[in-house]
Every structure is written in C-alpha cells, then in structure tokens.
Write a protein that binds this ligand. Structure first.
Ligand code: GLU
Length: 289
C-alpha cells in the first residue's frame, strides 16, 4: 500500500480556523512528500455527531483539500480494534484496571514517576482481587502491560522527542476503544506513515509509536504543528468570535491561513510548490480575528 498522510478530526464541534490550518498543513506535508491524503472521522466518543462530521468534510472540501479515498469512520471499525486487543490479550500484554480517576490521582507513586503516568495499581492484582473488584460492579478498563517507561519518536518540527509510555488504556470501562489504540490501528490499516496534527498531541506520540511497534506496524514520522490560540493565550474556541468557515467565508479564511504560515494567498497548487516545512512558524498562531 502506498504511503499516506491524513487529517483526523473528532466531530465534537465545527472546525475552527486553527483546525482548518492544521488540515491544510497535513495536506501540504502529504502532497509535498508524494503521499496520498486521507480523512478519518474520529467518532468513537458518544459526544460526536454525524451532522458535525458532514460539515467538517464540506469545510475541508471548500477550503480546497482533496482526498484519495472515501473518508473513514472509526465507529465502523469496532471489529478491527477488538481483533487487535484480542491479539494483545493472547500475548498477555493486557490487564484489567478498576481504578477511577480519583483512585489514580490519589495512588501512591514512586518518587520519580513521570507526571500523568498510570501508577500501575491494577497491574499486579491476583485473580481473587480481580474477581472481587468485578463483583463490586465497576466494569474494568483494559490497559497495556508496557515494558518500557519511555519511547522516542522522530518529529519533523520537534526533532527527536522522548516521552512517557505507561500502561495506557486500550479500551475504556464503558467498552469504547481508546483513542491511542484506534489511531494507531487505523493509521496502519490505511498506510498512514506521516502523522501531522496539533502539538497538543505530541506527548501522546511515544505511546502510540510504542504500540505500533508491538503490533509490528512501521513507525510513522510525525509533524506536530503549533496550535492556534486566542489573544489570552488559550486554545481557540467558538466564543472567540468568527472562527468557523460559515462565519469567515472561504476567501477570508484562506487569507488568514496562508498569512499565518508566511505564504502568499495563492491557490493550493502554488502553495504546494512553495511549501517548505523548514520555514514553518514554530510558535503558536495568535488569532486576532
Ligand atoms: N481526533 C483528534 C483530534 O481531533 C486528532 C487525532 C490525531 O490526529 O491523531 O484532536
């Protein structure tokens, strides 16, 4: 399968100008490196809505993105995720976790345990302890039994990046496959070997790349691009005024995106000619409306 890049929005809200900018960058990274470009709707969460997803696709098309296959929907891939979890279970790389968020926050941790890492509370439960917790009624999440504390990825903007790999969740207690699992499985299934997305997800990439390795998938190359922020330095959101395409109009949105990238407001084809990842701004984009 030929290699691909992708844009993978969660349909929880309309794409704002910062999301559209990330989508344009993902397209430029993929096309400028001769890759196919794909779109995947990450709709595993029940907060998500089909009408929002349809508007996201329409907005991507309106801004000039093209994709090479019909968009994929994660909710259609449940069997695929179950099969992968089954494979990891067979290899004894999965355990049940009964911890609530509060349990995790309050758990004693080793002095140098990395921030945000699961403290391993349920890793060594005996069969009897597990049965007792199951009887208490809390449905378990499934966690990966990881044999490392960190992993290094290559990021085109951040260089070599080493981050935490803990026993992260593969399937939530409510039965929904976890983001880290779904993203890795779907990227590998579609031949995605270049992951361009917001830099709020940089810290997730070592976990994802480590899981990819366990599953025998190739390691993707990453480009975590700076986010769009409002003038208070907070993530851009709907309350920041005209931030979605329906309010801005395609012409104005395009002007804003290209200007923020230091590129002329030319069409996609010309932008592609001029695109040079080395010239990309490394700072967050402050959106002033
Ligand atoms: N669905 C995620 C989001 O909208 C992006 C996941 C990814 O690109 O890996 O934030």
């Amino acid at each position: 399968m030929s290699s691909a890049g992708r844009f993978a929005p969660s349909p929880s809200a309309d794409l704002h100008i910062g999301n559209l900018r990330t989508a344009v960058l993902a397209w430029l990274f993929a096309r400028s490196s001769g890759r196919r470009f794909l779109i995947r709707i990450e709709d595993l969460d029940d907060r998500t809505h089909d009408d929002v997803a349809q508007r996201q696709l329409a907005d991507c098309a309106a801004i000039g993105l093209t994709w090479d296959e019909p968009p994929q929907w994660q909710s259609a891939h449940r069997e695929r995720y179950d099969a992968v979890i089954g494979n990891l279970v067979d290899r004894e790389l999965v355990y049940e976790c009964f911890c609530s968020r509060k349990d995790i926050l309050n758990a004693p941790r080793a002095p140098h345990a990395p921030e945000g890492a699961y403290p391993g509370t349920c890793r060594t439960l005996t069969d009897a302890e597990r049965a007792a917790r199951r009887d208490a009624g809390r449905p378990p999440a499934l966690r990966l039994r990881s044999d490392t504390a960190e992993h290094t990825v290559v990021d085109l903007l951040h260089g070599s990046y080493t981050g935490v790999v803990d026993d992260f969740v593969l399937r939530r207690g409510d039965g929904v496959p976890a983001y880290n699992l779904a993203v890795v499985v779907d990227d590998a299934h579609s031949g995605v070997d270049q992951v361009v997305r917001g830099d709020d997800l940089l810290a997730s990439s070592p976990r994802q790349a480590y899981l990819a390795g366990l599953l025998g998938y190739p390691q993707p190359v990453y480009a975590h691009v700076p986010l769009a922020l409002n003038t208070d330095g907070k993530r851009l959101a709907k309350r920041d005024g005209a931030v979605i395409l329906a309010d801005l109009g395609v012409g104005r949105a395009w002007e804003l995106i290209t200007e923020s990238l230091g590129l002329p407001a030319a069409d996609m084809a010309e932008l592609l000619q001029r695109f040079d990842p080395a010239m990309l701004p490394r700072q967050p984009w402050i959106y002033r409306g």
